[in-house]
Design a protein around this ligand. Structure first.
Ligand code: G3H
Ligand code: 13P
Ligand code: ZN
Length: 316
């Protein structure tokens, strides 16, 4: 059942976070649904601009519609990840998405406000909800001065003004994470102090944490043994997810970890079975491994086991 992120946030706020997982193809979609159904978790499917263009946006939509039928017990939102204005408008018009993210965070504050407001107006008129971003993720290296790195993090006062002026439904905040497999070079981590200040100014308002893959060291080790070159890859400590959830983080975005599972399974498979050239055996292994990863991740997010309660909320 496709629902809006707003409905999922209402159920989860302050207690746990909903996993927002990116998909690009059929195998990821199957693993994702299996893992969420097995762990009885509501979830968010994220589709990026790149994923829409990988085959054809209609292919991905059709795969998700089919999964909705194959897994009638699943409850999920379909969300555009990191959209520009044109892509947001296209998704709003399509009638398939339940929420969109407008990412104008690289633009000056006033331009971010104006662009986000245009998307919010169009989305709300069509019954969709909107996530926007304020602050800049990533690239906060150890050699950067504290004042410089603070400037990239979301400013709590600006966050309040941004939400009030745009009418946006949730806000992605920069609190020390970055996208990809190489998030930290040393002892950096999440800025709970900044998060807490944002929550004080925006109580009961859902916040979003991008760049939240934990880059499991065991995956990295196995990938490297199997010929990969990911030395130094490091991610977010997923034991901190629930602490973030209590401070208002209601959606946690994970993509890189799924790519690592894919990479490890395929590298190991073809080393162990050099005679193999069939795509199905490795594909089956990946779907099973990805489902297992998702189910375990939902335990860390606290979303595991909440499916029936969310069903009761959205169907009443
Ligand atoms: O935050 C970005 C996501 O990891 C999506 O990545 O644009 O390569 O699909 P992508
Ligand atoms: P990761 O690269 O940490 O998986 O972050 C994904 C993300 O933020 C998608 O929007
Ligand atoms: Zn992101």
């Amino acid at each position: 059942m496709i629902v809006t992120t707003k409905e999922l946030f209402k159920a989860a706020y302050g207690k746990y976070a909903i996993g927002a997982y990116n998909i690009n193809n059929l195998e990821q979609c199957m693993g994702l649904f299996r893992g969420n159904v097995q762990s009885k978790a509501p979830f968010i499917i994220q589709i990026s601009k790149g994923a829409r263009a990988y085959t054809d946006k209609l292919m991905l939509e059709a795969i998700i519609r089919a999964a909705d039928k194959v897994f009638p017990e699943a409850i999920f939102a379909v969300h555009l990840d990191h959209g520009d204005e044109a892509t947001c408008m296209d998704c709003i018009k399509s009638g398939f998405y339940s929420s969109v993210m407008i990412d104008a965070s690289s633009k000056p504050f006033e331009e971010n406000v104006a662009t986000t407001k245009r998307v919010v107006d169009a989305a709300h008129a069509a019954g969709l909800v909107v996530e926007a971003e304020l602050g800049q993720l990533g690239g906060v290296e150890e050699h950067v001065q504290v004042s410089e790195s603070e400037a990239k993090l979301t400013n709590p006062d600006q966050a309040k003004e941004f939400v009030e002026r745009t009418g946006v439904d949730s806000l992605a905040c920069a609190i020390g994470t970055s996208h990809g497999a190489f998030k930290f070079t040393g002892t950096q981590g999440l800025h709970f102090d900044v998060l807490s200040e944002i929550q004080k100014r925006l109580p009961n308002f859902p916040l979003v944490m991008h760049g939240s893959s934990s880059v499991p060291q065991e995956e990295v080790r196995r990938i490297n043994i199997a010929g990969g070159k990911l030395a130094g890859a490091k991610g977010v400590d997923d034991n901190q997810f629930l602490q973030a959830a209590k401070l208002g983080v209601t959606k946690i975005n994970i993509d890189t970890d799924g790519r690592l599972v894919w990479c490890r399974v395929h590298r190991e498979h073809f080393i162990l079975h050099p005679e193999d050239f069939d795509l199905r055996p490795a594909g089956k292994e990946f779907m099973a491994a990805y489902a297992e990863f998702i189910a375990a991740k939902n335990v860390k997010l606290g979303s595991a086991g909440h499916l029936d309660e969310v069903r009761a909320m959205v169907t009443k």
